[in-house]
Write a protein of this length. Structure first.
Length: 381
Protein backbone atom coordinates (compact mmCIF):
# COMPACT_ATOMS: atom_id res chain seq x y z
CA UNK A 1 0.00 0.00 0.00
CA UNK A 2 1.42 3.36 -1.01
CA UNK A 3 0.53 7.01 -0.51
CA UNK A 4 -0.23 8.65 -3.85
CA UNK A 5 -1.20 12.19 -2.78
CA UNK A 6 -1.55 14.46 0.25
CA UNK A 7 -4.11 17.23 -0.29
CA UNK A 8 -5.69 19.96 1.81
CA UNK A 9 -8.82 22.03 2.16
CA UNK A 10 -8.97 25.17 4.29
CA UNK A 11 -12.43 26.11 5.50
CA UNK A 12 -13.66 29.43 6.86
CA UNK A 13 -14.82 27.95 10.16
CA UNK A 14 -14.47 29.37 13.65
CA UNK A 15 -10.86 29.90 12.55
CA UNK A 16 -9.11 28.59 9.43
CA UNK A 17 -9.92 24.88 9.67
CA UNK A 18 -7.17 22.93 7.91
CA UNK A 19 -8.30 19.53 6.63
CA UNK A 20 -5.93 16.94 5.15
CA UNK A 21 -6.79 14.15 2.72
CA UNK A 22 -4.31 11.39 2.16
CA UNK A 23 -4.88 9.20 -0.91
CA UNK A 24 -3.49 5.72 -1.59
CA UNK A 25 -3.05 3.27 -4.46
CA UNK A 26 -5.66 0.99 -2.84
CA UNK A 27 -8.46 3.49 -3.20
CA UNK A 28 -8.55 4.16 0.56
CA UNK A 29 -8.43 7.83 1.53
CA UNK A 30 -7.85 9.16 5.03
CA UNK A 31 -8.92 12.45 6.60
CA UNK A 32 -7.18 14.47 9.29
CA UNK A 33 -7.12 17.99 10.66
CA UNK A 34 -4.25 20.25 11.64
CA UNK A 35 -4.46 23.02 14.25
CA UNK A 36 -6.29 26.06 12.88
CA UNK A 37 -4.33 28.90 11.35
CA UNK A 38 -3.02 30.45 8.20
CA UNK A 39 -0.27 28.93 6.09
CA UNK A 40 -0.54 25.41 7.48
CA UNK A 41 -2.17 23.92 4.36
CA UNK A 42 0.75 25.18 2.29
CA UNK A 43 3.26 23.53 4.64
CA UNK A 44 1.41 20.23 4.19
CA UNK A 45 1.31 20.28 0.41
CA UNK A 46 4.75 21.83 -0.22
CA UNK A 47 6.88 20.38 2.58
CA UNK A 48 5.25 17.22 3.89
CA UNK A 49 3.62 15.67 0.81
CA UNK A 50 6.98 15.09 -0.96
CA UNK A 51 8.20 13.22 2.15
CA UNK A 52 5.24 10.86 2.08
CA UNK A 53 4.31 9.98 -1.49
CA UNK A 54 5.35 6.39 -2.23
CA UNK A 55 5.51 5.39 1.45
CA UNK A 56 3.24 2.88 3.23
CA UNK A 57 0.69 4.91 5.26
CA UNK A 58 0.38 2.15 7.87
CA UNK A 59 3.90 2.95 9.12
CA UNK A 60 2.47 5.80 11.14
CA UNK A 61 5.16 6.28 13.78
CA UNK A 62 8.10 5.93 11.35
CA UNK A 63 6.43 8.43 9.01
CA UNK A 64 5.82 10.84 11.89
CA UNK A 65 9.52 10.76 12.72
CA UNK A 66 10.37 11.03 9.03
CA UNK A 67 8.29 14.23 8.78
CA UNK A 68 9.89 15.68 11.93
CA UNK A 69 13.39 14.85 10.68
CA UNK A 70 12.62 16.09 7.17
CA UNK A 71 11.63 19.54 8.47
CA UNK A 72 14.32 19.81 11.13
CA UNK A 73 14.61 23.20 12.79
CA UNK A 74 10.90 23.91 12.25
CA UNK A 75 9.16 20.78 13.40
CA UNK A 76 9.20 20.88 17.21
CA UNK A 77 6.42 23.46 17.58
CA UNK A 78 4.28 25.92 15.66
CA UNK A 79 2.84 25.68 12.18
CA UNK A 80 5.03 22.85 10.94
CA UNK A 81 4.21 20.62 13.89
CA UNK A 82 0.52 21.46 13.42
CA UNK A 83 0.85 20.39 9.78
CA UNK A 84 2.56 17.16 10.84
CA UNK A 85 -0.18 16.53 13.42
CA UNK A 86 -2.91 16.81 10.79
CA UNK A 87 -1.12 14.46 8.43
CA UNK A 88 -0.43 11.97 11.23
CA UNK A 89 -4.15 11.86 11.97
CA UNK A 90 -4.93 11.16 8.31
CA UNK A 91 -2.36 8.32 8.37
CA UNK A 92 -4.23 6.75 11.29
CA UNK A 93 -7.53 7.08 9.43
CA UNK A 94 -6.05 5.21 6.46
CA UNK A 95 -4.43 2.59 8.70
CA UNK A 96 -7.68 1.94 10.55
CA UNK A 97 -9.69 1.68 7.33
CA UNK A 98 -7.08 -0.63 5.77
CA UNK A 99 -7.21 -2.94 8.80
CA UNK A 100 -10.96 -2.60 9.33
CA UNK A 101 -10.70 -1.30 12.91
CA UNK A 102 -11.34 2.01 14.67
CA UNK A 103 -8.19 3.99 15.39
CA UNK A 104 -8.55 3.54 19.17
CA UNK A 105 -7.91 -0.18 18.63
CA UNK A 106 -4.55 0.66 17.04
CA UNK A 107 -3.70 2.91 20.01
CA UNK A 108 -4.10 0.00 22.41
CA UNK A 109 -7.86 -0.31 22.71
CA UNK A 110 -10.53 1.75 24.43
CA UNK A 111 -11.17 2.26 28.12
CA UNK A 112 -14.46 4.02 27.39
CA UNK A 113 -16.72 4.78 24.42
CA UNK A 114 -18.18 8.03 25.71
CA UNK A 115 -15.98 10.98 26.56
CA UNK A 116 -17.03 13.54 29.18
CA UNK A 117 -17.02 16.99 27.61
CA UNK A 118 -16.62 20.39 29.10
CA UNK A 119 -18.15 23.26 27.17
CA UNK A 120 -15.76 26.16 26.58
CA UNK A 121 -18.27 29.00 26.55
CA UNK A 122 -15.62 31.74 26.41
CA UNK A 123 -17.46 34.76 27.78
CA UNK A 124 -21.00 36.02 28.03
CA UNK A 125 -22.92 36.40 24.74
CA UNK A 126 -21.28 38.94 22.40
CA UNK A 127 -18.12 38.77 24.55
CA UNK A 128 -19.89 40.50 27.41
CA UNK A 129 -18.08 40.36 30.75
CA UNK A 130 -20.67 41.08 33.41
CA UNK A 131 -21.79 38.75 36.20
CA UNK A 132 -25.27 38.59 34.64
CA UNK A 133 -23.92 37.73 31.14
CA UNK A 134 -21.60 35.03 32.51
CA UNK A 135 -24.38 33.55 34.63
CA UNK A 136 -26.73 33.49 31.64
CA UNK A 137 -24.15 31.79 29.41
CA UNK A 138 -23.46 29.24 32.12
CA UNK A 139 -27.16 28.44 32.37
CA UNK A 140 -27.31 27.99 28.57
CA UNK A 141 -24.45 25.48 28.70
CA UNK A 142 -26.12 23.52 31.47
CA UNK A 143 -29.44 23.58 29.61
CA UNK A 144 -27.62 22.06 26.61
CA UNK A 145 -26.65 19.11 28.77
CA UNK A 146 -23.10 19.98 29.82
CA UNK A 147 -21.99 19.14 33.32
CA UNK A 148 -18.80 21.15 33.05
CA UNK A 149 -18.20 24.61 31.59
CA UNK A 150 -15.22 26.89 31.09
CA UNK A 151 -14.85 30.67 30.90
CA UNK A 152 -11.96 32.91 29.80
CA UNK A 153 -11.15 35.28 32.65
CA UNK A 154 -8.21 37.03 30.96
CA UNK A 155 -9.15 40.51 29.68
CA UNK A 156 -12.52 40.32 31.47
CA UNK A 157 -11.72 43.39 33.60
CA UNK A 158 -9.42 45.39 31.32
CA UNK A 159 -11.29 48.60 32.09
CA UNK A 160 -9.56 48.51 35.50
CA UNK A 161 -6.12 47.60 34.15
CA UNK A 162 -3.11 49.64 35.37
CA UNK A 163 -0.75 48.35 32.65
CA UNK A 164 -1.51 46.32 29.55
CA UNK A 165 1.67 44.26 29.42
CA UNK A 166 3.20 43.88 32.90
CA UNK A 167 1.36 40.63 33.80
CA UNK A 168 -0.18 42.31 36.81
CA UNK A 169 -3.68 42.33 38.28
CA UNK A 170 -5.03 45.27 40.31
CA UNK A 171 -7.53 45.06 43.15
CA UNK A 172 -10.46 46.22 41.01
CA UNK A 173 -9.64 43.60 38.38
CA UNK A 174 -9.48 40.93 41.07
CA UNK A 175 -12.79 42.13 42.53
CA UNK A 176 -14.56 41.98 39.17
CA UNK A 177 -13.11 38.57 38.27
CA UNK A 178 -14.20 37.21 41.62
CA UNK A 179 -17.72 38.54 41.04
CA UNK A 180 -17.86 36.90 37.57
CA UNK A 181 -16.94 33.48 38.89
CA UNK A 182 -19.18 33.85 41.92
CA UNK A 183 -22.13 34.61 39.60
CA UNK A 184 -21.41 31.48 37.55
CA UNK A 185 -21.19 29.27 40.62
CA UNK A 186 -24.46 30.69 41.94
CA UNK A 187 -26.14 30.21 38.57
CA UNK A 188 -25.19 26.56 38.07
CA UNK A 189 -25.25 25.36 41.67
CA UNK A 190 -22.77 23.07 43.37
CA UNK A 191 -22.99 20.09 41.00
CA UNK A 192 -21.73 21.57 37.74
CA UNK A 193 -17.97 21.74 37.21
CA UNK A 194 -16.56 25.19 36.45
CA UNK A 195 -13.15 25.85 34.89
CA UNK A 196 -11.37 29.16 34.37
CA UNK A 197 -8.76 29.90 31.68
CA UNK A 198 -6.17 32.71 32.01
CA UNK A 199 -4.30 32.05 28.71
CA UNK A 200 -0.95 32.47 30.45
CA UNK A 201 -0.93 36.24 30.75
CA UNK A 202 -0.27 36.76 34.48
CA UNK A 203 2.83 36.73 36.65
CA UNK A 204 3.34 34.26 39.48
CA UNK A 205 2.36 36.55 42.33
CA UNK A 206 -0.76 37.97 40.69
CA UNK A 207 -1.89 34.58 39.40
CA UNK A 208 -1.53 33.40 42.99
CA UNK A 209 -3.71 36.28 44.22
CA UNK A 210 -6.36 35.40 41.63
CA UNK A 211 -6.26 31.73 42.62
CA UNK A 212 -6.68 32.69 46.28
CA UNK A 213 -9.78 34.74 45.38
CA UNK A 214 -11.26 31.85 43.37
CA UNK A 215 -10.65 29.05 45.87
CA UNK A 216 -14.12 29.31 47.47
CA UNK A 217 -15.82 28.37 44.16
CA UNK A 218 -14.61 24.74 43.87
CA UNK A 219 -13.13 25.06 40.39
CA UNK A 220 -12.46 21.94 38.33
CA UNK A 221 -9.26 23.60 37.16
CA UNK A 222 -7.52 26.93 36.63
CA UNK A 223 -5.81 26.89 33.25
CA UNK A 224 -2.56 28.60 32.26
CA UNK A 225 -2.42 31.05 35.18
CA UNK A 226 1.13 31.95 34.04
CA UNK A 227 2.88 31.32 30.70
CA UNK A 228 3.68 27.60 30.30
CA UNK A 229 7.31 27.93 29.22
CA UNK A 230 8.74 28.13 32.74
CA UNK A 231 7.90 24.97 34.71
CA UNK A 232 9.41 26.38 37.93
CA UNK A 233 7.09 29.39 37.78
CA UNK A 234 4.09 27.16 37.01
CA UNK A 235 5.10 24.91 39.91
CA UNK A 236 5.13 27.85 42.31
CA UNK A 237 1.52 28.71 41.42
CA UNK A 238 0.53 25.05 41.60
CA UNK A 239 1.96 24.63 45.08
CA UNK A 240 0.37 27.87 46.30
CA UNK A 241 -3.28 26.97 45.69
CA UNK A 242 -5.76 24.19 46.31
CA UNK A 243 -7.26 24.71 42.81
CA UNK A 244 -5.98 22.11 40.31
CA UNK A 245 -3.67 23.86 37.83
CA UNK A 246 -3.96 22.79 34.20
CA UNK A 247 -1.66 23.62 31.28
CA UNK A 248 -0.61 22.27 27.90
CA UNK A 249 -2.43 23.76 24.92
CA UNK A 250 0.70 25.78 24.07
CA UNK A 251 3.11 22.93 24.86
CA UNK A 252 4.40 20.56 22.20
CA UNK A 253 5.48 16.94 22.03
CA UNK A 254 6.72 14.76 24.88
CA UNK A 255 9.83 16.95 25.03
CA UNK A 256 7.74 19.98 25.94
CA UNK A 257 5.60 18.14 28.49
CA UNK A 258 8.47 16.25 30.14
CA UNK A 259 9.61 19.03 32.53
CA UNK A 260 6.02 19.86 33.50
CA UNK A 261 5.35 16.21 34.30
CA UNK A 262 8.68 15.25 35.87
CA UNK A 263 8.78 18.38 38.05
CA UNK A 264 5.08 18.00 38.90
CA UNK A 265 4.75 21.63 37.88
CA UNK A 266 1.00 21.35 37.28
CA UNK A 267 -1.83 19.08 38.44
CA UNK A 268 -3.17 18.03 35.05
CA UNK A 269 -2.40 18.31 31.34
CA UNK A 270 -4.38 19.84 28.51
CA UNK A 271 -3.06 18.42 25.25
CA UNK A 272 -4.03 19.45 21.72
CA UNK A 273 -3.85 16.46 19.36
CA UNK A 274 -3.94 18.73 16.30
CA UNK A 275 -0.86 20.72 17.33
CA UNK A 276 1.26 18.64 19.68
CA UNK A 277 2.37 15.99 17.18
CA UNK A 278 -0.78 14.02 16.47
CA UNK A 279 -2.70 11.12 17.96
CA UNK A 280 0.13 8.77 18.96
CA UNK A 281 2.25 11.60 20.39
CA UNK A 282 -0.74 12.71 22.51
CA UNK A 283 -1.24 9.14 23.71
CA UNK A 284 2.45 8.95 24.66
CA UNK A 285 2.18 12.25 26.57
CA UNK A 286 -0.83 10.86 28.44
CA UNK A 287 1.11 7.71 29.32
CA UNK A 288 4.06 9.76 30.57
CA UNK A 289 1.65 11.75 32.78
CA UNK A 290 0.05 8.53 34.01
CA UNK A 291 3.40 7.45 35.47
CA UNK A 292 2.82 10.34 37.89
CA UNK A 293 -0.94 9.65 38.20
CA UNK A 294 -1.72 12.99 36.51
CA UNK A 295 -4.97 13.42 34.55
CA UNK A 296 -5.03 14.15 30.82
CA UNK A 297 -7.56 16.47 29.17
CA UNK A 298 -7.87 17.23 25.45
CA UNK A 299 -7.84 20.81 24.15
CA UNK A 300 -9.86 21.42 20.98
CA UNK A 301 -10.53 24.30 18.64
CA UNK A 302 -10.81 22.26 15.47
CA UNK A 303 -13.81 21.22 13.42
CA UNK A 304 -15.59 17.95 14.31
CA UNK A 305 -12.96 16.05 12.25
CA UNK A 306 -10.18 17.05 14.66
CA UNK A 307 -12.51 16.59 17.62
CA UNK A 308 -13.19 13.01 16.55
CA UNK A 309 -9.45 12.33 16.36
CA UNK A 310 -9.04 13.71 19.89
CA UNK A 311 -11.93 11.53 21.05
CA UNK A 312 -10.16 8.37 19.82
CA UNK A 313 -7.11 9.35 21.88
CA UNK A 314 -9.33 10.11 24.90
CA UNK A 315 -10.91 6.67 24.54
CA UNK A 316 -7.49 5.00 24.56
CA UNK A 317 -5.81 6.72 27.53
CA UNK A 318 -6.29 5.47 31.05
CA UNK A 319 -5.95 8.85 32.78
CA UNK A 320 -8.63 10.76 30.86
CA UNK A 321 -10.08 13.77 32.63
CA UNK A 322 -12.31 15.52 30.06
CA UNK A 323 -12.35 16.73 26.47
CA UNK A 324 -13.01 20.32 25.45
CA UNK A 325 -15.96 21.17 23.25
CA UNK A 326 -15.45 24.63 21.72
CA UNK A 327 -19.00 25.72 22.52
CA UNK A 328 -18.10 29.30 21.61
CA UNK A 329 -17.80 28.03 18.01
CA UNK A 330 -21.54 27.41 17.90
CA UNK A 331 -21.88 30.51 15.75
CA UNK A 332 -20.56 28.24 12.96
CA UNK A 333 -24.04 26.91 12.31
CA UNK A 334 -22.90 24.26 9.81
CA UNK A 335 -20.08 22.71 11.80
CA UNK A 336 -21.85 19.48 12.77
CA UNK A 337 -23.07 19.04 9.16
CA UNK A 338 -19.41 18.84 8.11
CA UNK A 339 -19.14 15.22 9.22
CA UNK A 340 -21.18 12.21 8.28
CA UNK A 341 -21.49 9.67 11.04
CA UNK A 342 -23.90 6.80 11.59
CA UNK A 343 -24.28 7.87 15.21
CA UNK A 344 -24.72 11.24 16.97
CA UNK A 345 -21.32 12.50 18.08
CA UNK A 346 -22.36 14.81 20.91
CA UNK A 347 -25.17 13.86 23.23
CA UNK A 348 -25.90 14.70 26.85
CA UNK A 349 -22.58 16.46 27.43
CA UNK A 350 -20.59 13.52 26.08
CA UNK A 351 -18.79 12.66 22.85
CA UNK A 352 -19.71 9.21 21.54
CA UNK A 353 -16.58 7.73 19.95
CA UNK A 354 -17.42 6.23 16.54
CA UNK A 355 -16.65 2.51 16.28
CA UNK A 356 -16.39 2.23 12.51
CA UNK A 357 -12.98 1.72 10.83
CA UNK A 358 -10.52 4.60 10.96
CA UNK A 359 -11.79 7.75 12.65
CA UNK A 360 -15.28 6.48 11.86
CA UNK A 361 -16.54 9.72 10.30
CA UNK A 362 -16.48 10.98 6.74
CA UNK A 363 -16.33 14.54 5.50
CA UNK A 364 -19.49 15.89 3.88
CA UNK A 365 -17.78 17.37 0.84
CA UNK A 366 -20.80 19.41 -0.25
CA UNK A 367 -20.83 21.23 3.06
CA UNK A 368 -17.03 21.64 3.00
CA UNK A 369 -17.14 23.03 -0.55
CA UNK A 370 -19.70 25.65 0.45
CA UNK A 371 -17.47 26.92 3.26
CA UNK A 372 -14.02 26.95 1.69
CA UNK A 373 -11.83 29.87 2.64
CA UNK A 374 -11.61 32.32 -0.24
CA UNK A 375 -8.81 31.34 -2.62
CA UNK A 376 -8.68 27.70 -1.47
CA UNK A 377 -9.91 24.55 -3.22
CA UNK A 378 -11.28 21.29 -1.93
CA UNK A 379 -8.42 18.80 -2.02
CA UNK A 380 -7.19 20.19 -5.33
CA UNK A 381 -3.99 18.85 -6.89
MG1 LIG B 1 -6.92 27.40 27.13
Amino acid sequence: MKITAVKTATLAGYKDWNLVRLETDRGIAGIGEAYPGEGIAELITRRLAPLLVGRDPRDVEPLYNHMVAGTIGQSTAGGMLAAISGVETALWDVAGKAMGVPVYRLLGGHYRDRIRLYADVGRGRNSTDTPEAWAQRAREGVADGFGAIKFDIDHSADEFQHDAVNRGLGLQELDKMTALVEAVREAVGPEVDVCIDCHGIYGVRDAGLLAERLEPFDLMFLEDPVPPENPEAMAKVTSSTSIPICTGEFVHRRDGFRPLIQNQACDMLHVDVSSTGGMLEAKKIADLADLYYMPFAAHNITSPIGMTAAAHVCAAVRNLHTMELPYHADQVAWRWDLVESTTALVEGGEFAVPDRPGLGVELNEDVARRHLKEGYGLFAE
